[in-house]
Ligand binder design. Structure first.
Ligand SMILES: NC(=O)c1ccc[n+]([C@@H]2O[C@H](COP(=O)([O-])OP(=O)(O)OC[C@H]3O[C@@H](n4cnc5c(N)ncnc54)[C@H](O)[C@@H]3O)[C@@H](O)[C@H]2O)c1
Length: 314
């Protein structure tokens, strides 16, 4: 299998590349804006992966790179939903347009399969457990809007051009090589000022956290086993973990165990942040895939991994 991973030097992408090199040659296309060559050092060294430094907004470069591949995994995006509050074009460009370019490159280069990293944010502000059909609440962040737009583009390319589409809606992904997210954020804050940890919201925000190894394995399971032209699957544990719990675990895993956790208050971290979300994994479980880690277990493991990354200790 010859795989092209757009955004493959990033957090999730690099874990996916680790698995893909066991199946054949891998091309990573990444502008290294967030991702790092070091994350894919071993696959590059082995000769099983090559890195093309390029931007997904450059359709020509992406199309040239896509020629000769069997599948495109599209993971490049703005990683932080919050950034859309200050830079209102970022999700349009790095989300919607980049996804259009990746699809168009796949069409022009005649790559038959397209895998997309979507998100539970497409379910909007809905505290009920959401299955794949529960799209009644529209997303309310620019990031979520770009994910839903990306999904619609994929459905259209599947219908109009005969591509096979695989959409995975992840929970919050955590683990080694994190480039962003609450755990990394909290550990970095503790490193910068060891006496206190300021947390946005009241700490009762709760979301499903997916370990990155489950994420990469789940994506490949969907690709291998989903048989429709357009395949949409949630990829997340059914339980949730609160921000308060994450903050406490980060303090305990840091060298600054007496740091005081201070909450800014209010139910939301920032405008567009979904305070409570739950994702139903039933459809993927019925296909035969179950995550190894519950949300709490994924967070506990990821806090240890990220603490090592930031503090060099546990
Ligand atoms: N991490 C999560 O919790 C989470 C949850 C749901 C969905 N997702 C989605 O999964 C995907 C991967 O997320 P991640 O956490 O690994 O983020 P990441 O930022 O670590 O990885 C994205 C990679 O894409 C690259 N990139 C960004 N813009 C690019 C461009 N224009 N051209 C080429 N490369 C570009 C970055 O350098 C980076 O290596 C994203 O689409 C993200 O929206 C992530």
């Amino acid at each position: 299998m010859r795989s092209l991973v757009v955004g493959g030097a990033g957090f999730i992408g690099s874990h996916l590349v680790d698995l893909l090199v066991q199946r054949g040659q891998v091309t990573v296309f990444d502008n290294l804006s967030i991702g790092r060559e070091a994350f894919i050092a071993e696959p590059l060294r082995s000769g099983k992966a090559t890195l093309v430094k390029g931007d997904a907004l450059d359709l020509n470069a992406l199309t040239k790179t896509a020629v000769g591949h069997d599948v495109v995994f599209h993971l490049a995006a703005n990683p932080e939903a919050r950034w859309g509050l200050e830079r209102t074009r970022i999700d349009l460009d790095q989300g919607t347009i980049a996804t259009y370019n990746a699809l168009e490159a796949a069409r022009l280069a005649q790559v038959p399969r397209f895998v997309f990293s979507s998100s539970g944010t497409v379910y909007g502000n809905n505290p009920e457990p959401c299955g794949e059909m529960d799209l009644g609440h529209l997303p309310f962040s620019l990031y979520g809007a770009s994910k839903l737009a990306g999904e619609s583009l994929i459905a259209s390319y599947v219908e109009c051009f005969g591509l096979k589409g695989y959409i995975c809606r992840f929970g919050n992904v955590v683990g080694q090589r994190s480039t962003h997210g609450a755990i990394l954020d909290f550990c970095k804050k503790l490193q910068a000022h060891p006496e206190y940890l300021d947390v946005l919201g009241d700490g009762r925000q709760a979301k499903p956290y997916l370990h990155v190894t489950d994420c990469a394995a789940g994506i490949l399971f969907v690709l291998d086993n989903a048989k429709d032209a357009l395949n949409v699957y949630n990829l997340a544990p059914p339980d949730t973990t609160s921000v308060r719990r994450i903050a406490e675990l980060c303090v305990q895993a840091s060298p600054h165990k007496s740091a005081c956790v201070e909450y800014s208050g209010g139910p939301q971290g920032w405008p567009g942040d979904v305070p409570v979300s739950r994702i139903k994994p039933d459809k993927l479980e019925n296909l035969g895939f179950r995550v190894r880690f519950t949300s709490d277990a994924a967070v506990e493991l990821a806090v240890r991994e990220v603490a090592r990354q930031v503090f060099g200790t546990e």
